[in-house]
Write a protein that binds this ligand. Structure first.
Ligand code: MD3
Ligand code: FE
Length: 213
């Protein structure tokens, strides 16, 4: 019997200390994730936050869970409510929590209990500049990210802004776990190339799960 995948790329790729990429981990749940996402977005639509510096972010964002990441002229923070309506963020769908917990466990982080999911929508031409995620309460917990739709070039740096940056493509169904010393690494997403994906159309969706509160 010929094994078509015998020499293919590994499904599990170590990216750094505590950082693991699980290629295609969410493939079989992608449709279910996107269906649940529609219900979240119906209550808390995508919007472009303004940074403390006064720039409007090109990536459109929403949240679900007990807390959501928000930004305005006064700073970045987690808030239990959507600032545009003052209504609590929609609950995290079970399929979201399930994928995040299983991926974290696969990477060696048992008991991951995300209370916040930031939802990023990239359209062609949008990008996320190099940054650290440091608004969460507990840096001991990892961040789990799920990529859906169009592929993007992800930039993974070190603990200082000027460290050399690893570039890799994140594709539909890929899940990455960022824990341990990699939890505070600089990272970003290069300008999204135009395209159409059967699952999402002309965009990329990224879910990031956090223990924020
Ligand atoms: C490495 N999102 O929402 S996900 C973010 O693709 C964010 O939308 C990107 O950066 C996106 O803050 C990247 C991968 C990721 C997320 C968090 C990390 C990588 C990380 C935190 C620490 C180190
Ligand atoms: Fe980030």
């Amino acid at each position: 019997m010929t094994d078509l995948f015998a020499d293919s790329e590994p499904r599990r790729i170590g990216l750094g200390p505590g950082a693991v990429l699980l290629r295609g981990f969410a493939n079989d749940k992608a449709e279910h994730l996107l269906e649940a996402l529609q219900n979240v977005i119906a209550v808390a639509p995508f919007r472009n936050f303004v940074t403390p510096g006064g720039h409007t972010m090109s990536v459109a964002m929403s949240n679900c869970g007990n807390a959501g990441w928000v930004s305005d002229r006064s700073g970045y923070r987690y808030d239990r409510r959507d600032p545009s309506t003052q209504v609590p963020w929609p609950a995290m769908p079970d399929v979201f929590t399930d994928v995040a917990r299983r991926a974290a466990a696969e990477a060696g982080f048992d008991g991951f209990a995300p209370d916040a999911c930031l939802i990023n929508r990239y359209e062609p031409g949008t990008r996320l500049t190099l940054h650290q995620d440091r608004n969460e309460r507990n840096f001991g917990a990892p961040i789990v990210s799920v990529s859906l739709g169009l592929p993007a070039k992800f930039l993974f740096g070190g603990l200082t802004r000027t460290d050399k940056v690893l570039r890799l493509m994140l594709e539909h169904g890929d899940v990455a776990v960022w824990g341990g010393p990699s939890r505070l690494a600089f990272h970003g997403v290069d300008v999204l190339k135009d395209g159409v994906h059967p699952a999402t159309g002309r965009c990329r969706i990224n879910l990031t799960f956090r223990e924020a509160l």
